[in-house]
Design a protein around this ligand. Structure first.
Ligand code: FE
Ligand code: CA
Length: 504
């Protein structure tokens, strides 16, 4: 223990000499930036820089300084400022930068209490009227106790412009039996417990590296609060979901690079938004948890999902039910970009029909938590895409812990319904899935699913230009090994002129 500590102290003493550092009265022998740094919400002229102070012995309000440079060595500093980190908000920092040059890389770091953070790399988006390309990855579902984050180490090294995280950043569960690594405590319900759970996940060095490598866009799914919740109804009907959601949303904001304007009020937080990437793409970020109607036909005496036959659950056909809520549906319908070649829809789960055929009843058996549980709402969304001839719609999803590449159709019950959009539902970083045989069994009834693998962990990386989208399904070789390699399991391309992915 002695050597690393001495080394650390001498490093801290060296940085205190720098004139811009906040010189706190406390000894700099506590790790103040142990959860790393992050950036998010890139715009053409700025972004949000995030960190959170850790360690005890802090005043209720602490000053945190930040610096932004045009080079990794911080020889050319282009902006600096300070933020107040408050105990009230877990000493989180959400610095909102503006006035920067478009379409370029920057480096940033924080200092507080005599310590300096690691350096993060971030970038601005291209101007809305500029030609552009985009390299990005989608990822989701990083349950901590069932695997290591080798995937994130590869994301960090992949030289991406953007990481899009599609939900299940934490899991609220108690640690499973025989975990790969432990999460402290049982199932989480309170603000302190959610904060501790974020700290556990964000303590991982590979995840920190991925945050430090590029700006992120994030949406949440259910496990940031609780499994299969819908609005204010959870799976366990005896839990006060208003209080739980307020605690969970607050901890989420505290740990993510969202702007101050997104800070939750009680149990509400807006994550829905849009980003235009030059003349290339419009990215729409959706929330399918907060505003949804409750799942159809739940199991007796509980909320959450079920797997039911269409014939026995007429609510599945009820057009009044919505996954996004009517306001968000309208916002999306009104906001499709008819000029840019691509519309990327960053949302939580598989949109394509994925149902099992039941010969006994002559119809499909559906999982009610996903888009199949809200098929008329899916038809409305994709019907609008067809009617408006929205160019280059690519739906990006997670949640189901499997890699699916699929054709999106305006009506899956009509075999003549044309393909109107393309779908890449990326597998989990770590979380486990159903058996591959279950996926194989569903393929025949769902011929629009071109690729379906439940046994892969990883992420999907994309290269996008005005003509083509190229996707690589990146798969972790050994999920229980933090140093594992990653291989490309499959490649697909989508042409801007024609919806639907084909193997490359
Ligand atoms: Fe998940
Ligand atoms: Ca989920």
């Amino acid at each position: 223990m002695a050597l690393p500590r001495r080394r650390f102290l001498s490093g801290a003493a060296a940085v205190v000499a720098s004139p811009w550092l906040a010189s706190g009265p406390r000894a700099a022998d506590v790790a103040r930036f142990s959860l790393g740094v992050a950036s998010g919400q890139p715009r053409a002229d700025g972004m949000v820089l995030w960190t959170r102070l850790t360690g005890g012995d802090m005043a209720p309000r602490e000053t945190v300084r930040w610096e932004l440079a045009a080079d990794e060595a911080f020889a050319r500093i282009v902006a600096r400022g300070e933020e107040t980190a408050e105990a009230e908000w877990a000493y989180s920092v959400h610095a909102e930068l503006a006035g920067l040059d478009a379409d370029r890389w920057y480096w940033y770091r924080f200092s507080a209490l005599g310590e300096r953070s690691r350096v993060g790399r971030t970038r601005t988006a291209p101007r809305a009227d500029a030609a552009a390309t985009l390299r990005f990855a989608i990822a989701s579902c990083q349950r901590f106790d069932v695997g290591h984050y080798a995937a994130w180490r590869h994301v960090a090294g992949a030289d991406l412009d953007l990481v899009i995280f599609l939900g299940d950043y934490i899991y609220e569960y108690a640690t499973r039996k025989d975990p790969i690594r432990r999460m402290e405590g049982g199932e989480v319900f309170t603000l302190e417990q959610y904060r501790a759970r974020y700290a556990t996940h964000k303590g991982d060095p590979s995840l920190q590296a991925a945050h430090a490598a590029a700006p992120w866009l994030l949406v949440w799914d259910d496990h940031e609060v609780s499994n299969d919740y819908a609005g204010f109804r959870g799976q366990d009907l005896s839990v006060d979901m208003r209080a739980r959601r307020a605690a969970a949303y607050r901890a989420y904001w505290e740990h993510m690079p969202f702007p101050k304007s997104a800070r939750p009020v009680d149990a509400d937080m807006r994550i829905v938004g849009r980003l235009d990437w030059g003349r290339l793409a419009r990215i729409h970020l959706l929330d399918d948890r907060q505003y949804r109607d409750v799942q159809a036909c739940p199991r007796p005496n509980q909320g959450g999902s079920n797997t039911v036959a269409l014939a026995q659950c007429p609510a599945l056909k009820d057009p009044a039910r919505s996954l996004l809520g009517s306001e968000q549906e309208q916002w999306l319908a009104d906001g499709w970009d008819l000029e840019r070649p691509w519309n990327l829809l960053a949302q939580q789960t598989l949109m394509s029909r994925f149902a099992w055929a039941d010969p006994a009843i002559g119809g499909g058996v559906y999982w009610t938590d996903g888009w199949d549980g809200y098929a008329p709402a899916r038809n409305r969304l994709l019907g609008t895409v067809a009617a408006k001839k929205v160019p280059g719609v690519v739906v990006l999803g997670g949640d189901v812990h499997s890699n699916y590449v699929a054709d999106l159709k305006a009506d899956y019950d009509d075999p003549a319904s044309p393909v109107v959009a393309s779908e890449f539902c990326g597998t989990s970083i770590t979380s486990l899935s159903l058996a591959q045989s279950r996926v194989d069994a569903a393929r025949e009834f769902n011929p629009h699913i071109r690729y379906g693998r439940a046994d892969q962990r990883g992420y999907v990386s994309f290269e996008l230009d005005a003509r083509q989208l190229r996707a690589s399904l990146q798969v972790v070789e050994r999920p229980a090994d933090p140093a594992s390699g990653v291989t490309t399991a499959a490649r697909f391309v989508v042409d801007a002129a024609r919806p639907g992915a084909s193997a490359a």
